[in-house]
Design a protein around this ligand. Structure first.
Ligand code: EPU
Length: 423
């Protein structure tokens, strides 16, 4: 198992290229199931979650050619010859549920394992299922699997999400493209990854209005065709690396960075005293001398402050001047980084979904570990600003969502290395 060792205290300067978005790619890949023609995705990130999705799709009969060192994928679903998404793969990654809508829409039947528990919260998939039922799907839960049928095809309908769900919006949006008639999705998620999916589906021949707003209207079509689509940049990777110079001091340009993808986060970061400038090639982030100011953060669906940046923001606020309150409103168990940050000297108290962070002058390096992706990277960020050495273990979580984290940061002057332990 690999660990990452960070020796803190280096000021960062340089540039970091931002990869394609993991969470966009994880819904764009299953979209291949909607068409017999090849779907080509460019700017795909090289991550273990993407490999897991490839394994799942391959198990269904999708042919996948990976080119340009993994940054281009050609997916071909000429024939789907297995309609069962197996528990052994689905349990590794919840986004696997996203094969359900497309497979059901094209084939009229699909069997997908329920994903099971998750480190950051219960994360049920009831909205995925209810949304598909509103399009006429007949569902049965048996032996841990969802058995879905739509023998006469899906039929458009209106579905209002009781809570905003990114994945359920994606699943039902994909299914609706091949349903008969019009589907209206109300209280839909507005994340940039939904907009990216809609753009790709439109290039494949789908008729979609309103992606990026809370009401999406889909006019079903008989068939979709192949397309080539560049994956939108990863706004969470972007935000994570914006926090690196914010924590260490210095100036870093995030290549490909776009302010329009990250408005609420950028506003908060500016409130702490960090300077952000949109350039022709990306976003330039610098930290003036002295400590950053404390700010309060409440996570919310897009365009609010993303839950996927809460842990990393907490790493910055640990050394802010004053007390910050962070409220996690999306997932019920997403403060697992707090006890680890406390081991590094942070002043954090957690009560339910609220963490109160009293800034200290400096964190101190320590051996730490985390049980999810964003928590892991927050510990690396904390280590960059801490005195001494921080060893982050269980970095397989990190490899799910950040490609070459140690290379990207060391190119800007960070002292960071990956060590592979024997056995
Ligand atoms: N929810 C339900 N029922 C459902 C679906 C969701 O109650 O059927 C609840 C969830 O339990 C949660 C809330 O609705 O409390 C929002 O969940 P959502 O469905 O929006 O999350 P998701 O689609 O499972 C995606 C990202 C997450 C990100 C969330 C929120 C992917 C593959 N994952 O998950 O990313 O945190 O949206 O923005 O797109 C990550 O990358 O680290 C990550 C966890």
């Amino acid at each position: 198992m690999d660990s990452i060792i960070v020796t803190g205290g280096k000021t960062l300067s340089g540039s970091i290229p931002i990869a394609g978005a993991k969470n966009a790619c994880l819904t764009l890949m299953p979209a291949t199931l909607l068409t017999e023609e090849p779907l080509t995705l460019t700017n795909t990130p090289r991550l273990s979650d993407i490999r897991t999705m490839s394994v799942l799709l391959a198990s269904l009969g999708v042919g996948i050619t990976s080119l340009e060192d993994g940054q281009k994928q050609i997916l071909s679903s000429r024939k789907i010859d297995n309609h069962v998404a197996d528990y052994e793969i689905v349990r590794q990654m919840r986004a696997s549920i996203l094969v359900l809508g497309p497979m059901l829409a094209r084939e009229g039947h699909a069997v997908v394992s329920l994903p099971g528990g998750c480190a950051i919260g219960a994360r049920p998939v009831d909205l995925h299922l209810r949304g598909l039922e509103s399009l006429g799907a007949e569902l049965e839960l048996r032996d841990g699997y969802v058995h879905a049928r739509a023998p006469r095809g899906l039929v458009g309908g209106t579905f209002e999400f009781p809570v905003v769900s990114v994945g359920a919006t994606e699943n039902i949006l994909m299914a609706a493209t091949l349903a008969k008639g019009t589907t209206v999705l109300k209280n839909a998620a507005r994340e940039p990854e939904i907009v990216d999916l809609a753009r790709c589906l439109t290039a494949m021949g789908a008729q979609i209005d309103g992606a990026g707003t809370d009401t999406i209207t889909v006019q079903g079509v008989d068939r979709l065709r192949g397309a080539t689509h560049p994956v939108v940049i990863d706004r969470i990777e972007l935000g994570t690396y914006m926090l690196a110079p914010a924590i260490t001091g210095g100036e870093v340009e995030l290549l490909g960075g776009r302010l329009d993808l990250i408005g609420a986060f950028a506003t908060k970061l500016c409130e702490t005293g960090i300077s952000i400038e949109q350039t022709a090639t990306g976003l330039r982030v610098s930290r003036p001398n002295g400590r950053v100011a404390a700010v309060d953060v409440v996570t919310a669906p897009h365009p609010g402050f993303p839950t996927d940046l809460q842990a990393q923001m907490m790493a910055l606020l640990c050394t802010a001047d004053g007390t910050s309150v962070l409220e996690e409103r999306i997932f019920e168990n997403r403060f697992m980084h707090a006890p680890e940050l406390i081991r590094m000297g942070a002043g954090i108290e957690v009560h339910g979904g609220t963490a109160t962070v009293t800034g200290v002058e400096k964190l101190r390096g320590a051996p730490v570990m985390a049980t999810d992706l964003r928590a892991s990277v927050s510990l690396i960020l904390a280590g960059l600003g801490a005195t001494g050495e921080t060893t982050v273990s269980r970095v397989y979580h990190l490899d799910r969502g950040y490609e070459r984290v140690e290379e990207k940061l060391s190119a800007c002057g960070a002292e960071i290395e990956r060590v592979t332990e024997d056995g």
